[in-house]
Design a protein around this ligand. Sequence first.
Ligand code: ANZ
Ligand code: ZN
Length: 802
Amino acid sequence: AIPYNHKEIEKKWHEYWKQNPVNVEDEKKPKYYCLDMFPYPSGNGLHVGHWRGYVISDVWSRYKMMKGHYIIHPMGWDAFGLPAENYAIKMGVHPAISTAENVANIKRQMDEIEAVYDWDMEVNTTDPDFYKWTQWIFVKMFKAGLAYEKEMPINWCPSCKTGLANEEVVNGKCERCGEDVTKKNLKQWMLRITKYADRLLSDLDKLDWPDKVKKMQSDWIGKSYGAEVDFKVDGTDKAITVYTTRPDTLYGATFMVLAPEHAMAKELANDETRKAVEDYIFKASMKSNVDRLQDKEKTGVFTGSYAVNPMNGAKVPIWLSDYVLADYGTGAIMCVPAHDDRDFEFATKFSIPIIQVIAPDGKENPDLKEAYTESGIVINSGEWNGKDSAVLKKEAPIIIEEKGIGKKTTQYKLRDWVFSRQRYWGEPIPIVHCEKCGAVPVPEEELPLLLPEVESYQPTGTGESPLADITDWVNTTCPCCGAPAKRETNTMPQWAGSSWYFLRYVDSKNNKELVSAEKAKKYLPVDMYIGGVEHAVLHLLYARFYTKFLYDIGVVDFEEPFQKLFNQGMITGKNGIKMSKSKGNVVSPDDLVRDYGCDSLRLYELFVGPPELDSEWDDRGIDGVYRFLNRLWNLTMDSKEKNVSATKDMVKLRHKMIYDITTRLESFSLNTVISGFMEYNNKLIDLAKKENGIDKETLSAVVLLLAPFAPHFAAELWEQLGNEGSVFDGGWPVYDEEAMKDDEIEIAVQINGKTKAAILIGIEEAKDAVIAKAKESVQDKLTGNIVKEIYVPGRIVNIVMK
Ligand code: ANZ
Ligand code: ZN
């Protein structure tokens, strides 16, 4: 028989499928949209880690295709952003040129994966025909009041020389380069994502996503209930409003703290405290939010003023401290040191009284060593004494509202999205600044507003984008009144294009609309989205926000872009170290494809470990899957010549295999699918030895099941077995539960409760016959008087002897 020759077979089918695509649209077929997170076209090309996600999504697409769907499976390029710009700065090559080169190279590498991408749908976020619509969405948001300008201290990366969104600051460091993030006061374009906070939170319930990711999003949105309470400033007619989630502790408020940026901070100072107060405010302005929250030792300054606790009239000192953030709640808090850790620390350091108002047993602890943050019985709180604090926590906001000293509130952690970047390689923000008309959007029919050519891409570091130097471009006229005006010179963040690209694939050449209503209805939304978990908050939150906005303005008729989400784990080098060029541990797929073939590499990408977990790459492991393909090949070719008919055992094995592979695949346990193939292959080989071969129908079933995983191999064997048409039109095999059933089972034979033997019985065999068989199997041990014979059907026979 002919040996398995991966080179010839893969070449043959690769060329054949170029002419005869397997995934063709058919009005009768339901669509299934399986999306990969599109890559950034970096100059380093693809390594075996990148292959993993693409193989997983291709296997899933081909499986759905064989189940009768027309597959939307597109690919494109997320090509704006810092790496291309940094490369341009270093090499003096325009980012558009290096990007195009990288795209061509990666596309060639992707061709090796043999994924069923529809390249007619391809998009590139830096293509003016694409970013025209990125800008259009911004203009629509501006008109809807969702894009606005605001001067405020924002996160600033001194190394990337640009402002960052809160989502891009991870543990106080720049998500991109790892540099410590500082603050800079800049006029920014902001997107009012907070207006969508409630919908972004409640719609998570509709999604078939990993719980971990949903939790990350809901934590980030961070909805909490509480109250705003007004404290009068003693000796004035002014009040300071605090935000609290613990109004049940109001009687325990022994001081108040304002953020140093609070509007009233300075006026609370008196001649004695003024100098210290102003110094403190200045120092705080130099720190980032994360530093402020993580600082070990609390700092603060007493303003010299007092506030009046509205519940009991007590006068409490007003302090400033940077552990209170200006842009959360009201920027002012009432402090309850007995029940809040930070307040406890602060009160201890500055010798402020601590009053306990909740106790687990209702008894005050005169020697409190730390804050008690649990619920309990209310004490030291006038008319509230004796209540359950958990109940009071819910009642207090209503009581506060009735007393007219405040109101109940809902609060979110989510902040508006800082949307401008002071960098070159991004979509220009389509706004013109006119002295008379203010910020005016570029008319929709004039989009795209092209990114002009520049001499120098270098970020200026001053907070202005390199575009600011191109006077010809900057100077324009106001679309509104015609007077001389200036263009906005900031660009959009890298996330702008990726927030909506998945909508464009299905109508990528439409120059009149972002996507036609007809195509949107027919092909969208995405049924399955596959990519890395690192995007859990950033990209996935932004994309959900954009989709909801486009729903609101009638572009699409669904509110959630991605029905199902799968996050694959990373492929790492030895010892779990991330694969990267700088670590020198990158494994290139090219040699492996040459030596073992695309099919073997696809199988090994899945076999290497559970797809949702990080897995260590070991080149030697690919041998195992290669050997498996060879053995299956030889079995098929041998059996084909012998042409045996199916025995009962073959039929049973066939249905068990279909059942096992399908259920494992459905639950995304892709590594156990591959090990399952290997186990069944061994069983088939054993059976073939006994029966002189395996029947064609069973072998064809193996080939069908294997087709999504090893497409060339399966297509070739499908043909070799003499089947008609394409293996991908063969339909997904179905199992018959009756045919799977074993007709014999093994049960234990016990004497006085101790197992002595095992016997095979028919599943429907009668009790008497089973007991007779059992006795026969232990005949030599039946030396006494049998007093009882017990049969637990399908399990054991127990013979009781005296
Ligand atoms: C009194 C109190 C007593 C509080 C107590 C907590 C425990 P979340 O759940 O995160 O919303 N807080 C309010 N605004 C703040 C700001 N701008 N910066 C720093 N802290 C602020 O937390 C809300 C709680 O955090 C509020 O409830 C407030 O302290 C504090 F035993 O008020 B609490
Ligand atoms: Zn104007």
